[in-house]
Design a protein around this ligand. Structure first.
Ligand SMILES: O=C(O)CCC(=O)C(=O)O
Length: 278
């Protein structure tokens, strides 16, 4: 699936951009289905999601989403009076985290053999898809995702997590495209997110500053796939524009590595889905 040059780029830069990996038909169907989840959910139990203030996260609602499909409101969804600022379909930050197991459409998409082949070409012997998220950045209120590395949340020994970030809509500087630090995956893991007895906490591991000056914006066309290493620092800005930005992510770890019991996302019920390349 990947050329030697692409494998080398991943090794040196920590990421790869693959154009046209989602067909127009898949893209529109995945978006339509995502909006149906919001429509079908009464959202009365829905919590908020924020990376700028993790204390806003309702631990029980969040942890309960590991093996279900739940919607999370944007941090800025509500006004001072507690009313939604815009339509509910325009107020959701993300949907997660088991779409690839529980929804037929997402299930089928996640089983495309090319995605398993990409993982295997990157050296993941048993690519296990742990998490899927639809990440919205709706016009005006789409929230910032602060600099982080995904191995913080998917800690394995040795490090193995790889992120698949599919642009379901064009991602631009205005609507909050991803920013990456090319080569930054060679640095240490700066933080680790622990879940112990239902309590979530972030523990610093290194004082290396985040690459606010060295970040590279990655505007991409709808249908593109960005694949990146679990130590690669990345970020996305708030969306103050009037155009939405929707992405779909997969977090894939090597089942041959040791997955930490303290990671928040555990799958005792759903088990492991190993992506096939056959
Ligand atoms: O889509 C975004 O804005 C951020 C996604 C991200 O950081 C992740 O999936 O790890």
């Amino acid at each position: 699936m990947l050329s030697e040059e692409q494998k080398q780029q991943f090794e040196e830069m920590g990421y790869l951009l693959l154009a046209d990996m989602v067909t127009e038909r898949e893209r529109l169907a995945l978006i339509e289905r995502a909006y149906q989840f919001i429509e079908e959910d009464d959202l009365s139990q829905a919590g908020q999601f924020s990376t700028t203030d993790r204390s806003r996260i309702d631990n029980r609602y969040f942890l309960g989403s590991a093996e279900t499909i739940r919607c999370f409101f944007e941090e800025e969804a509500f006004d001072e009076g507690g009313e939604l600022r815009q339509a509910r379909s325009q107020s959701i930050n993300k949907i997660g985290h088991a779409l690839h197991d529980l929804d037929p459409l997402y299930r089928q998409f996640a089983r495309r053999r090319e995605f398993g082949a990409v993982a295997r070409d990157l050296g993941i012997s048993q690519p296990s898809l742990y998490q899927t998220m639809v990440i919205f950045k709706q016009p005006r209120i789409g929230g910032e995702v602060t600099w982080h590395q995904d191995a913080t949340f998917f800690y394995t020994e040795p490090t193995s997590v790889v992120t698949y970030w599919f642009a379901l809509e064009d991602a631009t500087l205005e609507n909050g495209c991803l920013w990456l630090e090319p080569g930054g995956h060679k640095g240490p893991l700066r933080e680790r997110y622990f879940c112990e007895q239902g309590l979530l906490r972030m523990e610093p591991l290194s004082d290396l500053p985040w690459p606010t000056e060295n970040g590279q914006a990655m505007p991409v066309k709808a249908g593109s796939l960005l694949v990146f290493h679990g130590h690669l620092p990345h970020y996305s800005a708030p969306n103050r524009s009037d155009r939405s930005r929707i992405a779909l992510t997969f977090h894939v770890v090597d089942a041959a590595s040791e997955y930490a019991e303290e990671n928040w996302l555990q799958r005792p019920g759903l088990g492991h889905f190993v992506m096939s390349s056959d």
